[in-house]
Design a protein around this ligand. Structure first.
Ligand SMILES: Cc1cc2nc3c(=O)[nH]c(=O)nc-3n(C[C@H](O)[C@H](O)[C@H](O)COP(=O)(O)O)c2cc1C
Length: 349
């Protein structure tokens, strides 16, 4: 097993078995205002929506998680089966492993066997910097590998800084993203991986040709926490120190929306149910992304993965019923309140 395969496998084991969440889930600070007289029938609520020009059965994306080691194939297959059944989006994990070791491509390309409406390829900003002039060629290989209709470029400098083997050369990343977004023929989304995107960063990203931002703020999986478990004793403390580093996910959505009023936004980071997805829409996102909450079901099997998605959609429908929103457009206009730590954070903007 190569070092990358070992790392990918460890990430799945750690995320499935250990406590890796930030101490605070900021979605609990967001309240949708209850409508005691919703004046609509729950059975008539529609979750269908469009994202990046693609029709979705619900405004939900299974966020990038895996690929690149043998056990990942079944996880991606189960997630793809669930995404196809409910016509939601699906991201695969960083494809760097298969770009370096083509024999691992099948652990990602399995998702092509399923009718997933939005298939999102995934490469890292550190890699496009490393690839230099070959970045476009490598990105196209990643896209082809899974038949993607969207490319995510992930920003994971928190993780890279904590990892002993991390790549911490970040200079030139914005320009590299800008060049790739210009030359790649499909929509490019820039995504964080659990530390959030600020209004200032979004403002710079908005000037490029990217098609959307996935905020992936703090509140859920913390990659500092994940790496904490992989560090040897001499560096373990680093993972603890930065465990809660980042911009709260809901605050990140509000900031990005303010900086980029028209840009498609994926809200993610700590979203674990359909109620959180509804909250995400109310505060300004177009779609919600869920990673770790779907990992355990996907490890258990296809039916478990499908059931987890089905339940999420039902939770979303209930939330929409209780605010009186008949469809996604109405949900985006629903009244909300922000309390607690998120409110404090936002008030300092
Ligand atoms: C096991 C695991 C592996 C991940 N690997 C990747 C990856 O390869 N590329 C990426 O862009 N994000 C990756 N992520 C980050 C997620 O896509 C997401 O942004 C983050 O986990 C926050 O969402 P959550 O709180 O719902 O887990 C991974 C997350 C998990 C849990």
């Amino acid at each position: 097993m190569s070092m990358v395969e070992k790392r990918k496998s460890e990430h799945i084991d750690i995320c499935a078995e250990k406590h890796v969440s930030s101490d605070y889930n900021f979605w609990n600070d967001v309240f949708l205002v209850h409508n005691a007289l919703p004046e609509l029938d729950k059975g008539k609520i529609s979750l269908s929506s469009k994202f990046l020009g693609v029709k979705l059965g619900a405004p939900i994306i299974i966020s990038a998680m895996t690929g690149g080691f043998s056990g990942a194939k079944k996880i991606n297959e189960n997630l793809a089966a669930a995404a196809a059944e409910f016509q939601i989006g699906l991201g695969v994990g960083s494809q760097r492993a298969a770009l370096a070791h083509p024999e691992l491509a099948g652990t990602y390309s399995i998702v092509k066997e399923y009718d997933v409406p939005l298939r999102i390829a995934n490469i890292g900003a550190p890699q496009i910097l490393e690839w230099g002039k070959k970045a476009e060629e490598m990105a196209n290989k990643a896209i082809e590998m899974i038949g993607a209709n969207c490319l995510a470029i992930h920003l994971n400098f928190l993780q890279e800084a904590i990892q002993p083997e991390g790549e911490t050369k970040a200079k030139g990343a914005l320009l590299a993203i800008s060049d790739l977004a210009k030359s790649i023929g499909i929509p490019v989304v820039v995504k964080e991986t659990g530390a959030g995107i600020s209004g200032a960063v979004a403002k710079n990203l908005c000037k490029t040709k990217i098609a959307g931002i996935d905020v992936a703020g703090i509140g859920g999986t913390s990659f500092s926490a994940v790496e904490h478990y992989r560090l040897d004793e001499s560096r373990k403390k680093l993972g603890k120190t930065f465990w809660n580093w980042g911009i709260p996910a809901p605050a990140s959505v509000l900031e990005v929306r303010k900086s980029c009023p028209k840009l498609p936004i994926i809200a993610s980071g700590g979203i674990t149910n359909g109620l959180d997805c509804a909250k995400a829409l109310a505060i300004g996102a177009d779609t919600a992304g869920i990673a770790r909450a779907f990992l355990r079901p996907a490890l258990l099997g296809t039916e478990e993965a499908k059931r987890a998605v089905e339940l999420t959609l039902e939770e979303m429908r209930i939330a929409m019923f209780l605010v009186g929103a008949k469809d996604v457009k109405a949900m985006k206009g629903a009244e909300y309140r922000i309390t607690g730590a998120s409110r404090d954070f936002i008030s300092t903007l």
